[in-house]
Ligand binder design. Sequence first.
Ligand code: ATP
Length: 600
Amino acid sequence: MTESKANDLMERIVSLCKRRGFVFQSSEIYGGINGFWDYGPLGAELKRNVKDFWWRVMTQRRDDVVGLDATIIMHPKIWEASGHATTFADPMVDCLLTKKRFRADQIEPQSGIAYHYSGAEDSTDKAKTSREPYSVLIAPGKHPEYARKVARQFYAQRGIVEARLLEERTEELENSIRFNPENGSLLTEPRLFNLMFKTCVGPVESAESTAYLRPETAQAIFAQFKTVAEVSRQKVPFGICQIGKAFRNEINPRNFTFRSREFEQMELEFFIRPDEAVEAVCGSVARPAGPGHPGEPQANWGWQMWHKYWVEERLAFYESIGLLRATLVEYWQKPEELAHYARATVDILYKFPFSKRDAAGELAGEELEGIAARSDFDLSQHQRFSGKGMGVFDEELKEAWARLDESKKTALSKRYFESRRNYLVKTGENPAGAEAKALEEAAGLARGNYVPHVIEPSAGVDRLALALICNAYGEDTAPDEKGKMETRVVMRFHPRIAPVKAAVFPLLKNKPDLVKKAREVRDLLRPQLTVFYDEAGAIGRRYRRQDEAGTPFGVTIDFETLGEQGAELKDTVTLRERDSMKQSRVKIDALPALLLERIR
Ligand code: ATP
C-alpha cells in the first residue's frame, strides 16, 4: 500500500469511528482538546471486551497472578523512587515561526539548502533592527525567494515590518533535524520536558501539596508488592496485574488515539527468583533452547525463560483476538536502546496504516506493548526510598542452600554479590557503600532472602482498540434490497471482542406476531450476550448497519419462525454470518448455546 493510500484508509477509519460512535474528540462542542478522546457506545463496548478478556486471561484463568486496583494519585515519593520525577522527560523543540511544538526525536531528517541570516533591518525605519540570527531550510530546486519570504515573516513578528534581510549565507545540509518539516523554519534548541501531569492535593497550593497523575499503573504494584503477596499468600514466582488510566502530557499527541494524553494501560508485574536462587534450588537454570513457546512454567526457569514465556503468551493473546501474526512484529530492543536497568525488552508492534516503512517499503509497525525483564530495579528502588524491606523469605531456597557444597555456595554468593553491587553503583551508590550493602545481601541469599526480579508485560488498551479497529476495517460488495451489488463497509472484529455479539430483527415491524417473537428471542439471548434489537428499515439496510458495527451474527424472525411455511420450520430463525453473509436456519432453543460457543 502506498503512503497516500494508507492515509486515505486511515481517514476512512477515523470517519467511520466518528460516524458510528466508536471514538470521537473529547469536549467536541468546545472544539475538542488535543490528545483526549471519548469512546461512544460501540467503542465503550469494544474497550470493555478487550479489558475483560485481558483480565480473564491474565489473572482469572491462572493460579499465579492476582489483581490490584490502585489509586491514580499516589505519594509523590513513588515517582522519585521510580525515576519518573527526574528522567521521565522527552526533548521538545518549537518552531521559531509558528510556535508549533515537536518532539525532537520524532522530527523527520531533511536535506536541502539552508539560508542563514544574521538579522534584519526595517527599510522604512533604520532605527528598527533585529540582530537575532535565523535560518530556513528549503528543498533542493525550490526557489530561494521562499526562504526569504519565511525569514521576512519571522522578522515581521519581531516588529520589522519591511524587513531587509542581513548577510544571507547558504549551506548544503543533509539529514538535519533542526528545521520544521512543515515550513522549513529553524527550531529552538531541544529542551527536556517532564511528561507527568501535576496537580495539587488539598486546599493549599504549595510544593508540599504537589502530586502527579500516574504516568503508568505499574508503580502501584511495586509499592503494594509486600501487602499483596501477604494477603494473597502467593509465593515467588507469581504476578500482580492491574488495568487503569494513565496520563502523559505528550508533547505532540498524534495518529488519532495512538498517542494520547489520557489512556489506559493493562500491566502485569511477574515476580521471579533471581537466577542464583533458581540455581541453588534446582541445580541449574533452564534457558530458551530455540524459538517458540517454551511450554508450561517450570521451577528451573531463569529470567530468560520467563521473559520468553511472557513474550509468547502475549503474542498468543493478540492472535486469539484476531490480530494475525503477519500483522505483528516482535522487536527485540538492541543493547544500546535498553533502559539501564533492563536486561532485555521485546516490543510487540502492530502494522498500523500510519506506521513508518522500512527500507523494503514494508510497514515497520508501532508499539502495542513492551515486555521488559527489569531485574530487581523497581523493588530495590522502593526499598531504598521508603526504607521498607521489599525482599521475600524463600523457605525452599534456605533449605536447598544448606545442602549445597561449599564451592557452589561461594560461586553463587559471588555472582549474586556482583549483580547487586553493579545495580547499586549504577543507581548512584558510592562504590564502598555499594560493596558493603551487596555483601550483606549476598549473605541474605544464603538465609533464603532476596528482592525478587520482575518481568513486565505492559500494554495500552487504547492502542490495542485502535489496532483492532484498523484490523477489522474492510470494504467489499453485497447485494442491496433489490439485489443490486453495492459497496459495504464491514468491521470484521473477532467475535470475542466485537462490541455487539448478535443483532435481532423482526422481518417486518408492522406484524405484531413477528415483533413479539423477536422480542422473546432478544430476551432469551440478552442475559448471556450483548444483543442489539432493531426493527427500523428494510432488512438489508439493517444488516448493513450491523456490518459497520462489526456484529458477527444477525438473527431474523420471519414468517417461517411463526410456522406459516410449514410446521417443521416453526420456531426456527435465520442466522446470518457477518463475514460470509451466509444464512442458515437454526432452532431458537439451540441459539444461545450455538452463539456462546462462537463468541467465547
Ligand atoms: P512510546 O515509546 O510509544 O511513547 P513507551 O515505550 O513510552 O511508548 P511504555 O511506557 O512502555 O510506552 O507504556 C506501555 C504501553 O502503554 C505502551 O506500549 C502503549 O501501549 C501504552 N502507551 C504509552 N504511552 C501512550 C500514549 N501516549 N497513548 C496511548 N497509549 C500509550
